[in-house]
Design a protein around this ligand. Structure first.
Ligand SMILES: NC(=O)c1ccc[n+]([C@@H]2O[C@H](COP(=O)([O-])OP(=O)(O)OC[C@H]3O[C@@H](n4cnc5c(N)ncnc54)[C@H](O)[C@@H]3O)[C@@H](O)[C@H]2O)c1
Length: 329
């Protein structure tokens, strides 16, 4: 298939673009270059901020059969300080992609949207299925919730098929074939921060130790970025063959939960080094436990996580961080 991948210079976009190319698909990337720094000689990338008019680039991507839309601002904490910026960027970028794709919608088969488990908010049910009522608690989650609604309406009205994938915590790196991995600046994710603390022997801050969990630290579901890239490939192929106007939301996680302390212990075991910790305040809106119910995507699309064991995710993240990471912190 011919794919357009927005946000292709970022973490998940780059791994997905390479995965699709290695599976024999034609891929064109698009990114403003503001937050991602991935470049690969074989990936044609259009440099474009999707908040601005997309008219000029439209002709060069008109053969696109499937769009995977990753381009967004994605830091929860930053979104609480710059709510308008988040809503503006994330919603406007999607609207412009949809406006552009309307020009060739008869050929466009599917759109896959990056969404997030933070849409569930502080939910009482701690293993979350897609039927859980959304309760976004920060502007980032709000923006993704609106994007899901916009894509749903777009599909219904135009007949294009759509899927929103709600990812849980993404980790690891693509280390076979062409290499890509996590390069966020600032880095806010637990696994790279723990690895950084181990490498530099500087304290890792645990945000809250009195959550209602067995060891008092937050529990999260970790998914290997290569399993997630595969989920996009499967979702695009699946949606492309559905009836016109199809739209559905799917969780993508491993289905297992690990506390921050368990992740720290696993990083120590993988690296063979202790990590100094400091206890910091809880972050606003951080739920105690978020674990994905992944039955729907397994049963509907036959996708399964093969690489998402915690040790494997950390092994790959460590190897990437040590040998390949460009933006150190
Ligand atoms: N990383 C995670 O754990 C996680 C979890 C849930 C959902 N997500 C979602 O997955 C997607 C990708 O996340 P990531 O971790 O790869 O982030 P990232 O910051 O590494 O990549 C996002 C890319 O989008 C680009 N971008 C942002 N706004 C743009 C615009 N207006 N026009 C063009 N390009 C723009 C950035 O330059 C960047 O390269 C995001 O939509 C994010 O919300 C990520």
């Amino acid at each position: 298939m011919n794919f357009l991948i927005t946000g292709s210079s970022g973490y998940i976009g780059s791994v997905t673009a390479l995965t699709l190319m290695e599976a024999g698909h034609n891929v064109v990337g698009l990114d403003s270059g503001e937050r991602g720094n991935f470049k690969h000689h074989s990936l044609k990338t259009i440099k474009k901020d999707l908040r601005t008019s997309v008219r000029k680039i439209s002709p060069s991507v008109e053969g696109t059969e499937s769009i995977i839309h990753f381009a967004a601002y994605a830091y929860v904490d930053e979104s609480t300080k710059k709510p308008f910026t988040y809503l503006d960027n994330n919603i406007r970028a999607l609207l412009n992609v949809l406006e552009m794709s309307s020009r060739w919608k008869s050929r466009l088969k599917s759109i896959v949207l990056s969404s997030t488990c933070s849409i569930y908010g502080d939910n009482k049910n701690q293993v979350l299925s897609e039927s859980e009522p959304p309760s976004p608690k920060n502007p980032y989650a709000d923006s993704k919730y609106y994007c899901e609604k916009i894509l749903r309406e777009y599909c219904e009205e135009t007949g294009v098929r759509g899927v929103a994938l709600r990812y849980f915590n993404v980790g690891g790196a693509k280390l076979t074939g062409s290499i890509a991995g996590e390069e966020h600046t600032p880095e806010t994710h637990v696994i790279p921060l723990l690895i950084n603390s181990a490498i530099k022997n500087c304290p890792f801050i645990i945000n809250g130790t009195d959550y209602d969990t067995p060891d008092g630290t937050c529990i999260r579901d970790y998914i290997h970025v290569c399993d997630l890239a595969e989920a996009h490939k499967v979702a695009a192929e699946y949606a492309s063959n559905k009836e016109e106007g199809y739209f559905k939301v799917f969780n993508v996680g491993s289905g297992a939960g690990h506390s921050v302390l368990q992740v720290k212990e696993m990083v120590e075991s993988v690296i063979g080094k202790g990590i100094p910790v400091e206890i910091g305040p809880k972050r606003t809106g951080d739920p105690a436990k978020l674990i994905a119910d992944i039955d729907l995507i397994k049963e509907t699309m036959g996708w399964r996580p093969f690489k998402s064991g915690l040790r494997n995710i950390i092994n790959d993240a460590f190897s990437y961080q040590l040998n390949h990471r460009k933006a150190h912190f």
